[in-house]
Design a protein around this ligand. Structure first.
Ligand code: ADP
Ligand code: MG
Length: 421
């Protein structure tokens, strides 16, 4: 199916070349000199280049810096978004961009569609949107990168997320299907399900609880710790036979669509009422903070993941298990495969992992777990940490871009408006 080229028709081929040139120049220059832009773009200096520069600056894709010592431009988040979207558009990963379904501290989530109408999720990593204000610029991993670090770190986060999602998916773990990655963005399959956070009751908490803890253990036996295994990052799909009515106390049930099979769900309801043929199928998302079982703080993160589930099930479903553990030392007794090692081989190198790790430590990006958990007691059902964070430093928003895409119909079930976040 033909891509709607009208979508980006106001950017000429020259504009794209100039935008790419600013991106390339940013690798070594905080502010890319105009002469370098011209040179990289391979265009003759003259009114054409200047016209493109002015076009791009007008729509906020590139920007001048105040008090600069020379004439030059930097790429904005908007500019990087456009470049990534253009790549996804060219590779047919994205045809249209729909609703925004999530705003995290460090990411924006959109429902997008392929040209054949398949709904997908576009996750745009935005490291540095808030946090870079607190980063000390003289750290090793930031040296010579300066303001470009947001771009680099966001790209690392996207690469890491894609790499981990891929090995997990390939090994049968219930995660979205990774479709594409470009720059700071990842395209993945849409999981038509609600975050556990939004579910107020389930028929058999024990079953889902056991399954989630088993997943944590399985991950460890594959060399990995999620590191942010909480109610925001577990999407729960209810798979029911047509005759069965919904058993989740949440907005309407989601249609079946998953083929995740690593852990056979043991959650068939054993309610007192006639046994409903309903299975709760969790899908795990959000991987930029995943760590190897070799990490020096592995036990801490493993225990924290376990305790997140314990605490949530106790508070939300009033379910507490009598069984202690699981324990990290047991979980790694029978390591079946080293996906942490596989990821390194896939292009997300150890050096990159270290750089991202250092950044996350520095700015305190430590997942949703800590903040979300603390507030739960007082604000049950009300918005809290994750999706409510400020969005101050945002530059050109994707909504400008959306209006240029043909907006295909988006799923009504996944629009979170009016639902507690
Ligand atoms: P963050 O790093 O900002 O926490 P997440 O990857 O956890 O980003 O996504 C934020 C929210 O977006 C999730 O809680 C979930 O509601 C939604 N979401 C993310 N990925 C998907 C997906 N593949 N399918 C459906 N919803 C998703
Ligand atoms: Mg999350």
């Amino acid at each position: 199916m033909k891509l709607d080229t009208k979508a980006i028709r106001y950017l000429t081929a020259e504009d794209w070349r100039v935008l790419s040139a600013v991106e390339m120049g940013s690798k070594n220059h905080e502010l890319v000199p105009t002469s370098l832009v011209t040179q990289i773009a391979g265009l003759r200096s003259g009114s054409g280049v200047h016209k493109s520069i002015s076009n791009l600056a007008k729509v906020g894709l590139i920007a001048k810096m105040k008090n600069a010592k020379y004439d030059g431009y930097r790429l904005t988040y908007g500019g990087l978004d456009y470049l990534a979207l253009n790549t996804h558009r060219k590779s047919s990963s994205i045809y249209s961009v729909g609703n925004q379904i999530g705003v995290g501290k460090e990411s924006d989530i959109y429902v997008v569609a392929s040209s054949s109408g398949d709904q997908r999720v576009l996750k745009i990593h935005r490291l540095g949107r808030i946090s870079f204000r607190t980063v000390k610029a003289n750290r090793d991993y930031l040296r010579n990168r300066n303001s470009g670090s947001w771009m680099y770190m966001s790209r690392l986060a996207a690469m890491k997320e894609y790499a981990f999602m891929k090995v997990l998916r390939d090994n049968g773990f219930p995660v979205p299907e990774p479709i594409a990655q470009s720059r700071h963005t990842v395209v993945m399959s849409l999981v038509d399900a609600f975050p556990l956070r939004q579910i107020s009751s389930i028929p058999d908490p024990a079953g889902l609880y056991a399954e989630l803890l088993a997943l944590i253990v399985q991950l460890a036996s594959f060399g990995l710790i999620h590191g942010d295994f909480n109610e925001f990052n577990i999407l729960v799909e209810e798979i029911a036979t047509p005759a069965t009515k919904s058993t989740l106390s949440s907005p309407s049930g989601a249609p079946a669509q998953t083929d995740n099979t690593l852990v056979q769900p043991s959650t068939d309801s054993t309610d007192s009422s006639p046994p409903p043929a309903v299975t709760l199928v969790p899908t795990i998302i959000d991987f930029p903070q995943m760590i190897s079982i070799d990490h020096t703080d592995a036990i801490f993160y493993f225990d924290r993941d376990v305790n997140c589930i314990k605490r949530f099930f106790s508070r939300r479903f009033h379910f507490t298990s009598d069984e202690p553990g699981p324990f990290f030392s047991d979980a790694i007794k029978h390591v079946r495969k080293r996906l942490d090692v596989e990821v390194e081989a896939s292009g997300f190198s150890r050096k990159m992992a270290k750089e991202l790790d250092a950044y996350m430590k520095e700015v305190g990006v430590d997942g949703d777990a800590v903040e979300g958990a603390g507030e739960e007691e007082n604000s049950e059902g009300e918005g809290d940490s994750e999706e409510n964070s400020g969005d101050e430093a945002k530059e050109t928003s994707l909504s400008d871009f959306n209006t240029h895409f043909e907006n295909k119909s988006m799923p009504s079930t996944i629009t979170r408006q009016g639902l507690p976040l």
